[in-house]
Every structure is written in structure tokens, then in C-alpha cells.
Write a protein that binds this ligand. Structure first.
Ligand code: ZN
Length: 244
């Protein structure tokens, strides 16, 4: 079985389409697993929800999905994120909001636990350090955990002493699954923040026992022009071309 792992789409349909096309070009996937944040920041929340629902029903909630659906408030969002969240909520139909509110915060698929932020705090915690990753190791039962939320591709590997080693994940660094517990972040489809503006996602190959990261160029200018036309915050528009 092959599983494509995508997260943090953030209403960027051009990036999502480029990633789904790339998955097909690489032989396709039996399932697509989504780790949340379908909406927020970007110009096409409705279309991204539709495209994702056509593609998979294996999806957990992100904080932006929860905020747009009215499940959490935006008190800890920065001003641009909060403005984009209000804009998104104003665009969505009650059916779309119901879908977002109904997403689970955690799912188990085989050897993997799927969450948005972390197993300990699915809608809030940013897993961005070896210390935070080590603290989360006891919060999931499966061998491996998949997270998003930071928009930075990372691999956290458990050591026998209960610590975690953290490393930035790159396309030339296939992760071979072993008995060591792992927490893996495939980066962001729609708003990468690791200095590489290309969309990011991963494929799990169950036969080979591997996880591989892929980066995909997309028409960033097209997304930016749509955001400009809709009056979305300038900072959210400019950051796409820098991947920061
Ligand atoms: Zn996000």
C-alpha cells in the first residue's frame, strides 16, 4: 500500500492541484491522508474542501479548520491569520463549516497516528524541537506519528533512552521505518515555511517500509494574484514566494 501524506493546504488550490498531480505522476497512492488546515490564509477555501473530499475521507482537523468552523477562537492567532480566518468563515457555507467541525482531532491508520499539531495537543502544540517531540512520545500508541502545523518538514527519531533526535527533512533523505518510534512532519502544501517555496508532501511506501519527501513547484503568482484581488493581508501574499 502507498499513502500520500499532505497537510497545511491553507486554501491554496493551485498548490493542492500540483501536489495531487505529482502524486499521480509518481504512480499514485492507494489513499491520501490529510493532517489538517485545509483552509485559512489562502484564497480558495471552498474549492480546497471540495477537492479534498473528492480525494479522501481520511483527514484530521487543524486549528484553522476549527477556527473557521467556530470550534475554537482565534485569540492565539497573529493579526493577519485572525483576519484571514474571519474572511474564511464568512465565505464558507454552513455545510462546509459542519464538515470542518466534524473532522476528528486524531486518527489511527495502521502503524500511524495522524494529528495536526501534536498527539498531546492536536489543535495547539507546535512540534518544533527535540524536547517537545520526546515529551510527546508517550502520547501515541502506534509506532509512528504524523504531524503538520509548523509547515516545516522534520523527522524526530526516538532513542532507546527516551530522548528524540530532530532533523530537517529533505527530498534526498528517505526515512526507513524501523522499531524506533518516529514523529514525522511532511511540511506544508499551501504555505511552506522552511525557506523553500515549493509545495511539500510525503509518500509512505508500505512494501518498502519507507517515507519519502517530495517538493513540487506551482504557480505561486497565480495564488498571489487571487489573494490580492480578494484583499487578503499583504504579509500572507508576499510570504508565499519566499517560503517563510
Ligand atoms: Zn497550518
Amino acid at each position: 500500500m502507498r499513502h500520500a501524506i499532505i497537510t497545511d493546504i491553507h486554501a491554496n488550490l493551485t498548490a493542492l492541484t500540483a501536489v495531487l498531480d505529482d502524486i499521480e505522476r509518481r504512480g499514485g497512492a492507494d489513499e491520501v491522508w490529510c493532517l489538517g488546515d485545509l483552509v485559512g490564509y489562502g484564497p480558495e477555501p471552498e474549492a480546497c474542501i471540495d477537492r479534498l473530499r473528492e480525494t479522501t475521507d481520511i483527514c484530521v482537523a487543524g486549528n484553522h479548520d476549527a477556527a473557521a468552523g467556530g470550534r475554537i477562537d482565534t485569540a492565539d492567532f497573529n493579526p493577519a491569520a485572525a483576519a484571514a480566518s474571519r474572511w474564511t468563515a464568512g465565505r464558507l457555507s454552513s455545510r462546509e463549516k459542519e464538515y470542518l467541525i466534524g473532522l476528528p482531532t486524531s486518527l489511527v491508520q495502521g502503524d500511524f497516528t495522524l494529528v495536526h499539531g501534536s498527539p498531546r495537543g492536536p489543535l495547539r502544540e507546535y512540534l518544533d524541537s527535540d524536547v517537545a517531540a520526546a515529551e510527546n512520545l508517550t502520547h501515541f500508541e502506534t509506532d509512528y506519528c504524523l504531524v503538520g502545523h509548523t509547515h516545516v518538514p522534520m523527522v524526530f527519531t526516538a532513542s532507546p533512552t527516551g530522548d528524540c533526535e530532530a532533523r530537517h527533512w529533505t527530498t534526498d533523505d528517505p526515512v526507513m521505518l524501523s522499531e524506533r518510534k518516529l514523529i514525522v512532519n511532511p511540511g506544508s502544501v499551501g504555505q511552506p515555511r522552511d525557506g523553500d517555496p515549493r509545495a511539500s508532501y510525503a509518500i509512505h511506501d508500505g512494501d518498502e517500509g519507507s517515507l519519502r519527501l517530495y517538493r513540487v513547484g506551482y504557480d505561486i503568482r497565480a495564488t498571489q494574484e487571487r489573494m490580492q484581488a480578494l484583499g487578503l493581508p499583504e504579509r500572507l501574499i508576499s510570504r508565499l514566494e519566499h517560503g517563510l
